[in-house]
Design a protein around this ligand. Structure first.
Ligand SMILES: [Zn+2]
Length: 334
């Protein structure tokens, strides 16, 4: 119990990432599996269990040697009970409540705490990654959708449980329909899913684009961030326009959020964010500045440092936190 080894599991729409970290939060072993597309929450819990088992083997330790396990999940997560409700992108989880912490605990034979995926990734960057020097940060996780996490004065701010939804702040009144059902949300322009729908529409209206040809060639069933990158490398006009729109929307929403919160730092992460940050960072900064009220002192625009493992490493921090959200305050810096 004193070796300080902890497990972290990041449940995503496409993959499960598991990690075993040491006291210094260094990954000793990792494993990745596909998120089951059938079998519902029990099958997903089993896949998470297997991924952590593999990560432990990779680290050369027994599961029983772990001090505890933290997991993060999309959907509405009750951190006190570990029940996850309405993880709509996951098989069989739309409108359903599932006691994820309890199920994982039973399978793994250890204590498991569960947190919201974006909040854990933000906490990871705040405690261990790019936002370490700051006392407040806005995390923006750009992937299939766009999630946000907030830490204010050292404490995660979750509102009444639903704070941080920067993807659903409005960048265009009466604008494009968002997957959430509202209109004009930032995610309706910047989310990878929305970008794919817009590309498909342009293609169906006769615009020339290599995006879908590339998708076929690569045997993919969706426009992954890698395919977008390839199309941009080829100078694909449709891809360029949609990417410009996405970055404009991101910058607009971030600028507005900064006007409201005046955080000193913004961390950009997520699959799209990490891949495209080198390419779009200057444009993003420019669009953000356009909308800043206080242009003389813009926040630092940072890129997530923990990368693909960020969610899992952030989740492993849950083992060190006490019960309830009060206890999620960071330990003093060392
Ligand atoms: Zn929305």
């Amino acid at each position: 119990m004193t070796n300080g080894l902890r497990g972290g599991i990041d449940l995503g729409g496409a993959k499960v990432q598991a990690v075993v970290v040491d006291q210094e939060h260094r990954p000793l072993g990792t494993a990745r599996g596909a998120t089951p597309r059938e079998g519902g929450p029990p099958a997903i819990a089993e896949a998470m269990t297997q991924a952590l088992g593999e990560a432990a083997r990779d680290a050369g330790v027994e599961l029983s040697a772990l001090q505890g396990v933290g997991a993060c999940s999309p959907g509405d997560v009750d951190e006190a009970t570990g029940v996850v409700t309405n993880a709509a992108n996951l098989n069989g989880w739309a409108g359903v409540s599932f006691p994820l912490a309890e199920e994982l605990g039973r399978r793994l034979g250890t204590t498991v705490r569960v947190g919201n995926d974006v909040n854990m990734a933000t906490l990871g960057e705040f405690r261990l990654g790019a936002a370490k020097p700051y006392d407040s940060v806005l995390g923006v996780f750009w992937g299939t959708g766009v999630g946000g996490g907030l830490i204010l004065d050292g404490k995660p701010w979750t509102g009444r449980g639903g704070a941080g939804e920067i993807g659903h702040t409005v960048v265009e009144r009466h604008g494009r329909r968002c997957p959430c059902g509202n209109h004009g949300c930032m995610e309706a322009y910047a989310g990878r899913g929305a970008m794919e729908r817009a590309a498909r529409e342009a293609h169906e209206h006769g615009r020339k684009t290599r995006l879908f040809k590339l998708m076929e060639e690569r045997g993919r069933d969706r426009l992954t961030s890698g395919l977008w990158e390839r199309a941009l490398d080829h100078g694909d006009k449709v891809a360029e326009e949609l990417m410009d729109d996405a970055v404009d929307a991101l910058g607009t929403a971030i600028g507005s959020a900064v006007n409201l919160l005046d955080v000193p730092a913004v961390v950009l992460g997520g699959g799209m964010g990490i891949r495209f940050a080198p390419r779009v960072r200057d444009d993003l900064q420019r669009h953000m500045l356009e909308h800043l009220f206080n242009k003389d002192d813009p926040p630092a625009l940072l890129v997530a440092e923990l990368g693909d493992l960020g969610g899992a490493i952030g989740a492993a921090l849950l083992v060190l936190e006490g019960q309830g959200s009060d206890a999620a305050a960071p330990a003093p810096a060392t």
